[in-house]
Design a protein around this ligand. Sequence first.
Ligand SMILES: [Zn+2]
Length: 144
Amino acid sequence: MEEKSENTQGLVEQVTISRMRRSLSQLDENDRAKLGEALAGRRFVRILDEPPIFVYLGQDEDYVLIKDTFCSCNGFFIQVLGEGRKSHCSHLAALHNIGNNYIDLSGRLGLEEVFTVLLEVLYNNRSKTVRRMVYGTEEPERSA
Ligand SMILES: [Zn+2]
């Protein structure tokens, strides 16, 4: 019984991911705005080659993305995984369509630093390490 429900869960995840991958080129207004902003601002930073892991440097918060698969933003958890209302978030759409317009730090980070970056983003919603490397400063915290 338990095994069956695990299989069903796995199937649901596969369907979600394949639905998302099919739709990543079909951009709505939000997605296009995010893509334009990303192209202008060079907001995506590649931190690992395989799997392809990126950090999105946002105005207030940073997100971790696995290309075409996962994003750590609220929209992905709530609208994509939770409610199933959307098949992807605007960050995944922008990353899918951005070509080579990202900053590549993957050759400069060891695995330990990659883990540090992941923890920074997942626990603090900002990566000091990536911001220091990209901007030359950690950037002041959001003004109170
Ligand atoms: Zn996202």
